[in-house]
Design a protein around this ligand. Structure first.
Ligand SMILES: Nc1ncnc2c1ncn2[C@@H]1O[C@H](COP(=O)(O)OP(=O)(O)O)[C@@H](O)[C@H]1O
Ligand SMILES: [Mg+2]
Length: 294
């Protein structure tokens, strides 16, 4: 562990000698992690369709399926990659070798068949996996990480390594309390991380607003953490239909209101002045990995 940390710090030092790490040092992807406290809240469907919306805006996107227990984004996409993250974890492939192209040109690193024991991988192996993400950092504009739910070490490693975190919650009280626990845990590990909240499966916009306000107020009052509103997605039968057809709803049902909502969310994400300046002051993915060792 110490050796790895020392080596990473050395690399950072070398980078620092050539100037501050910023966007002009070379293209680096914006790394956005999609996570939740509770499972089954819609992370995978949201991540996939967000990726499609971003690619429609001409951004190149890589999705990393990091739900090591219940990985399934390839199924929802209707593709069957030959090699997966499991081949990377067992050392037989490099990360860049397991990237496949899906609908609309989006790239995917599949999590594989999902082996539950991977969830409890030793911390050093999780770290080296997260570290490998630096390899693909220049290969896309945006990397979306679809994680598993909950506060496991593997989920938290991906969450803490990302530039930004999107927390998905539904209006159900169980989802709200689990999202709160996730916000609290992130806040304890790193203050100032950008947290965005997506409320999924709402009956109407008012329910979305009430749910968001509950989490925002509790986070502000008890944790002193600000969370940003990313948006609301309504309960929509087209989600389940598109999963059954193994075709993302943004492609299958482009005119459905949920598809329009996701496109708006993608616009919001890409028009929020995430400029070179933001990147220059941003610690960046590589530095974040190092800070995990401290
Ligand atoms: N907005 C929505 N409307 C209706 N069903 C949804 C919606 N979002 C997700 N679902 C359903 O919820 C289930 C879980 O979604 P999934 O994206 O796999 O969640 P997660 O990745 O968080 O486990 C799926 O069966 C999906 O069809
Ligand atoms: Mg999922």
């Amino acid at each position: 562990m110490q050796d790895q940390a020392t080596r990473l710090r050395e690399l950072i030092k070398q980078k620092k000698n050539t100037g501050i790490i910023k966007a002009s040092d070379g293209p680096r992807a914006r790394v956005i992690c999609v996570t939740s406290g509770k499972g089954g809240v819609g992370k995978t469907n949201f991540t996939l369709n967000l990726a499609i919306a971003l690619s429609k805006q001409n951004y190149s996107v890589i999705i990393l399926d990091a739900d090591l227990g219940l990985s399934n984004i390839d199924i929802v996409m209707g593709i069957m990659p030959k090699y997966t993250l499991q081949d990377v974890i067992n050392g037989s492939k490099e990360l860049r070798e397991v990237i496949v192209t899906g609908p609309n040109g989006i790239k995917l690193i599949s999590g594989g068949s999902g082996i539950l024991e991977l969830v409890d991988m030793p911390e050093t192996r999780i770290q080296s996996l997260v570290e490998k993400l630096e390899e693909i950092n220049s290969m896309a504009d945006i990397i979306l990480i679809d994680t598993g739910a909950g506060l496991s070490k593997s989920v938290m490693s991906f969450v803490m390594a990302a530039d930004e975190v999107i927390i998905v919650a539904t209006p159900e009280p169980t989802s709200i309390t689990d999202a709160y626990a996730m916000i609290k845990t992130i806040g304890m590990k790193e203050r100032g991380k950008r947290l965005k909240l997506l409320i999924n499966r709402v009956e109407n916009l008012n329910e979305g607003k009430i749910t968001f306000d509950k989490l925002r107020l509790a986070s502000e009052k008890f944790l002193n953490i600000q969370i940003e509103k990313l948006g609301y997605l309504t309960e929509d039968i087209n989600v389940s239909r598109s999963v059954k057809l193994q075709n993302p709803f943004l492609i299958q049902f482009p005119n459905a209101s949920i598809s329009k909502n996701i496109e708006n969310i993608a616009l919001k994400l890409t028009n929020e002045n995430y400029t070179d300046d933001a990147l220059a002051t941003n610690k960046g993915f590589f530095n974040r990995i190092v800070s995990l060792f401290r």
